[in-house]
Design a binder for this molecule. Structure first.
Ligand code: PAF
Length: 293
C-alpha cells in the first residue's frame, strides 16, 4: 500500500492502469466500516486508490471543519488489510494551489434537501471530486449511498461535463440497531446516540406504510417527520423521484426517501432508495439503472 502525497507521486499510478479499471474511493478519513465496505466493493473491480482529504470547501461557516475527526495512522491501519494499491493523502495546498480558482456549480439535484440548508456545500463537493478525478484519473469511483444527494449531484456532473469515469453507489452500512454509519456518529453521547435512531426509525416506518399500500407522499413524509421529532431539529423528511428530482404527490417508480436532523452536536442524514410499484416496493441502487442522472 503506497502512500502518495503530491501530484508528482501520482505518476506511480500509471503502472496500475491496464486491463482492469483503476478504482477511486474518495473519503475524508475518520474511516469506519461503511468506508471499508466501499473499499471492498472497489477491490472487486480493480486496483484501488483511496483518497483521504478533509475538504475545507464543502464545510460552511460554523460547520465542523476544524473539529472533523482526523487520525491518519488509524485510517491507514484499517485500510492496510484490505490491500488497496495506494492511499492518496494530499494537503490543502496540493488540492487548492491558488485562492479563487475555478469551482464546479451543481445542477438540479443540488436543489432542496441538503442543498437548501448547506449553502455552497455541493459546490465544494463537486470541486474537490472533479479535482480528485483529474489527479487520480480513475476509470471507476465508488461512493456511499448514505450520501444519496451527493451521489446524484456527482452523477449529474459526470454526465453534464462528460467526464470519463463510471460511478457506483454502494449500500449504506448500519450499526446493529439501525443507525447508519457516519464519521459524525462519534460526536454522539449516550442520550444523543439513542435519539439518533429516530432517523432510521422514520425510514422504517415509511417503508412499513408503503408496504401496507400507502402511496400518498404527504402521509409518508408526515409519519417520518413525527418520528424525527425526537431529534433536536428536523431539517427535512423529503421524497424525490430519481428520474427528474420532482416531488411526487403519489409514490411510484424509482424514489428517494431522505431525512436529515440535528441530534446535538451532530447533523445526521439517512435515506432509503426504493422502486415502488402498485404491488409493493424493493430497495435499489441510486445509479446505473438508467433512470437517474
Ligand atoms: O463523502 C465524502 O466523504 C466527501 O463528501 C467526499 C466525496 C470525499 C468529497 O470530499
Amino acid at each position: 500500500m503506497r502512500i502518495l502525497r503530491s501530484r508528482g507521486d501520482l505518476g506511480e499510478l500509471d503502472r496500475l492502469r491496464g486491463a482492469r479499471p483503476l478504482v477511486l474511493v474518495p473519503t475524508m478519513g475518520a474511516l469506519h466500516e461503511g468506508h471499508l465496505s466501499l473499499v471492498r466493493r472497489a477491490a472487486a473491480e480493480g486496483p484501488v486508490v483511496v483518497s483521504i482529504f478533509v475538504n475545507p470547501a464543502q464545510f460552511g461557516p460554523g460547520e465542523d471543519y476544524a473539529a472533523y475527526p482526523r487520525d491518519l495512522d488509524r485510517d491507514l491501519a484499517l485500510l492496510e488489510p484490505l490491500g488497496p494499491a495506494a492511499v492518496f493523502v494530499p494537503d490543502v495546498a496540493t488540492v487548492y494551489p491558488q485562492a479563487g480558482g475555478v469551482t464546479v456549480q451543481p445542477g438540479r439535484r443540488a436543489e432542496g434537501l441538503c442543498g437548501a440548508g448547506r449553502a455552497g456545500h455541493f459546490t465544494g463537493v463537486l470541486t474537490v471530486v472533479a479535482k480528485l478525478f483529474g489527479l487520480v484519473r480513475p476509470d471507476l469511483a465508488v461512493f456511499g449511498r448514505k450520501d444519496a444527494q451527493q451521489c446524484l449531484v456527482i452523477a449529474e456532473m459526470v454526465r453534464d461535463l462528460m467526464l470519463p469515469v463510471r460511478l457506483v453507489d454502494a449500500p449504506t452500512v448500519r450499526e446493529p440497531d439501525g443507525l447508519a454509519m457516519s464519521s459524525r456518529n462519534r460526536y454522539l453521547d449516550g442520550d444523543a446516540r439513542r435519539r439518533a435512531l429516530c432517523l432510521s426509525r422514520a425510514l422504517g416506518q415509511a417503508r412499513r406504510l408503503i408496504d401496507g399500500g400507502e402511496r400518498r407522499t404527504a402521509a409518508v413524509t408526515a409519519a417520518m417527520t413525527e418520528i424525527l421529532g425526537e431529534s433536536d431539529l428536523v431539517e427535512y423528511a423529503a421524497v424525490r423521484r430519481l428520474k427528474d428530482w420532482s416531488e411526487p404527490q403519489r409514490l411510484s417508480g424509482p424514489t428517494l426517501l431522505a431525512v436529515a436532523a440535528r441530534v446535538e452536536p451532530a447533523r445526521l442524514i439517512d435515506n432509503l432508495v426504493l422502486d415502488i410499484t402498485g404491488a409493493g416496493a424493493s430497495e435499489r441502487p441510486l445509479l446505473g439503472a438508467g433512470d437517474g442522472p
